[in-house]
Design a protein around this ligand. Structure first.
Ligand code: SAM
Length: 281
């Protein structure tokens, strides 16, 4: 049974990192006119309200997007991400937040497509309602990891695949590695973005080592920790492991992460941008 609901966590420090990097990748894909596909294997509800019971209970967004929203001088690297957040909020107050599907939907062009998978009944309903009648978006109630290979290679031959599990089942750590390996065999030129949490450092490093051991080239790790490892604060950090990232992403992340750390933790956190597997091995 799925108990994880992203509504409790929407807009937190991990979403800020994940969504700002996704926006940068989408921007890079748009540098060419050719259409691309965005595949979101774990799409969630699509968008979130900070007035909801979920968000009111945890208020995680207060330590995340609310701090960015209040900042007067965000870097250029946040331009598209913040434009999408602003588009959800008509006034000055921050009350709504785009999940990954709504963020990407706001950034793509008429020729691009979104394929979204979500298993949880009510999040799937919300997602379906959000994109009802939208010919650029396909929403399916399915196991996004299991179905990924069948969608590859996409007809567009270009795209970003976001793999964003909640890791509520420990086997997810192994499943994502298998799914990425299978997907990469079918679509080696795609951009893959895997989100991962830092809760127990050992689990995180094992996941990344297992991915490294696949030998898939061009693996870039981008991670931000808001507290030291194992400080009994639950999730102390999170990261994205990109395969085939756009060439600009490393430099953009090296500018963005110190800024995010300053604004989100007052410079008390830590970050890294490093190649786990370089261009050719
Ligand atoms: N990607 C979303 C975003 O950034 O806004 C957040 C997704 S949330 C971390 C993970 C979602 O995956 C949850 O809504 C959960 O119900 C869903 N889920 C869990 N296992 C799944 C599976 N095998 N296939 C599809 N969705 C799944």
């Amino acid at each position: 049974m799925l108990s994880y609901r992203h509504g409790f966590h929407a807009g937190n420090f991990a979403d800020v990192l994940k969504h700002s990097l996704i926006a940068l990748v989408i921007n890079a894909l748009k540098q060419k006119d050719k259409p691309f596909v965005y595949i979101d294997t774990h799409a969630g509800a699509g968008k979130y309200s900070f007035k909801s019971e979920f968000a009111q209970k945890t208020e995680e967004y207060q330590q995340g997007i609310a701090r960015i929203w209040a900042n007067q001088q965000p870097p250029i690297e946040l331009k598209d991400y913040l434009a999408a957040v602003r588009a959800e909020n008509t006034g000055k107050q921050l009350v709504r937040y785009p999940g990954s599907p709504q963020l990407v939907r706001r950034l793509v062009r008429a020729q691009d497509r979104l394929l979204l998978s979500e298993l949880h009944g009510s999040d799937y309903e919300s997602l379906q309602q959000l994109f009802a009648g939208d010919k650029q978006v396909n929403v399916a109630k399915e196991d996004g990891l299991q179905r990924l290979a069948q969608k590859l290679p996409p007809i567009q031959k270009r795209g970003l695949i976001l793999i964003d599990p909640s890791y509520e089942v420990k086997s997810d750590f192994n499943k994502v590695v298998d799914a990425i390996q299978t997907a990469h065999r079918r679509f080696a030129t795609g951009i893959y973005g895997l989100w991962y949490p830092v809760i127990e450092r050992g689990n995180t490093e094992r996941l990344l080592q297992n991915l490294q051991a696949t030998g898939i080239p061009k693996q870039l790790r981008i991670e931000h920790c808001v507290a030291p490892d194992g400080s009994m604060r639950g999730m102390t950090g999170s990261g994205m492991l990109f395969i085939n990232p756009p060439w600009q992403l490393q430099t953009q992340a090296e500018t963005l992460l110190p800024w995010l750390d300053q604004v989100l933790t007052g410079g008390q956190g830590s970050w890294k941008v490093e190649w786990m597997v370089p261009e050719s091995v």
